[in-house]
Ligand binder design. Structure first.
Ligand SMILES: NC(=O)c1ccc[n+]([C@@H]2O[C@H](COP(=O)([O-])OP(=O)(O)OC[C@H]3O[C@@H](n4cnc5c(N)ncnc54)[C@H](OP(=O)(O)O)[C@@H]3O)[C@@H](O)[C@H]2O)c1
Length: 259
């Protein structure tokens, strides 16, 4: 049985100001854990502060900014040794192929990959101090299953999540000897402000609360890969196993329909 989240834990959640991060923060507070939560929107952080009272410390930080992150480094240990860093902050920007602009690709990569990597600049030293005291330390990286199939318009988002998953799994290999676990979360569609802007069908959409519940249960079970909802992710896996020519035809046809 995994020891993760079995006793009161000190957890940092990035991108806690809405969607999955907010729902996860609330679920963890309700279970009695101590949270440090960050995001860019102060008002949303203030609401979380009100919700969690003394269980929560909030701090404004843009995860793409080294300066912002350096300024909150000490805050991560304000509740004691840091047991878990949930690196969830992310964005999804779609490409309009008729007005191709590489900035869309850059924005996705900067927030989703570089922002996550920079968050580790401050999380890893704190987690190392924890593991060196014989306590549990876990990095949780919220990626996506979107990159398992080449969806039109998702060039930037899919590339960023493919890169992020590789980053996380290679990090897992490097940190294994130190005993620091790296968990990758790969959700399908979750109803949040990020997906509210989508103008296409989202099969097997789950609520942010449901997503948070699945993440917490996966962490408690000691999983290193948390993938949900299964009906969606299995469908994507099956599609991804088709010959490339068939995949290309299907994704081009979907792109025409959704374009
Ligand atoms: N919703 C889905 O269907 C779905 C599926 C698969 C994976 N995901 C992933 O789940 C994560 C959370 O997404 P969500 O759906 O919950 O979207 P969301 O409601 O838009 O939440 C995104 C969070 O990230 C924060 N954020 C964005 N850019 C940031 C930056 N530069 N610095 C600091 N914080 C930043 C936002 O806070 P501020 O605006 O306050 O900074 C917000 O709290 C993302 O990594 C997303 O890719 C979502």
């Amino acid at each position: 049985m995994s020891q993760r989240l079995q006793s009161t834990s000190n957890i940092w959640v990035t991108g806690a100001s809405s969607g999955i991060g907010e729902a996860l923060t609330k679920a963890l507070i309700e279970q009695g854990h101590h949270l440090v939560v960050t995001g860019r929107r102060q008002e949303a952080l203030d609401e979380l502060q009100q919700f969690g009272g003394e269980s929560v410390t909030t701090a404004r930080a843009d995860t793409t900014s080294r300066e912002d992150l350096a300024a909150i480094a000490d805050t991560l240990e304000s509740n004691g040794d840091l047991n878990m860093a949930v690196l969830n902050a992310g964005t999804c920007e779609y490409l309009d192929i008729s007005e191709y602009d590489s900035e869309v690709i850059e924005k996705n990569l900067t927030t989703n990959v570089v922002g996550t990597a920079r968050s580790l600049d401050i999380a890893l030293p704190a987690l190392r101090r924890t593991i060196n005291k014989g306590k549990q330390a876990t990095v949780v990286i919220v990626s996506s299953s979107a990159w398992w199939f080449p969806f039109g318009r998702a060039e930037g988002y899919g590339a960023s999540k493919a890169a992020l998953t590789y980053f996380a799994q290679a990090l897992r290999a490097d940190l294994a000897a130190e005993g620091i676990d790296v968990v990758v979360v790969s959700p399908g569609f979750v109803k949040t402000p990020l997906t509210d802007k989508n103008d296409f069908p989202m099969p097997f959409l789950v609520t942010a609360e449901d997503a948070a519940d699945r993440i917490v249960r996966g962490l408690q079970k000691g999983k290193r890969e948390i993938v949900f909802p299964k009906r969606f992710t299995w469908s994507l896996k099956l599609l991804g196993a088709l010959p490339q020519t068939l995949i290309d035809r299907m994704s081009a046809s979907m792109s025409r329909k959704n374009g």
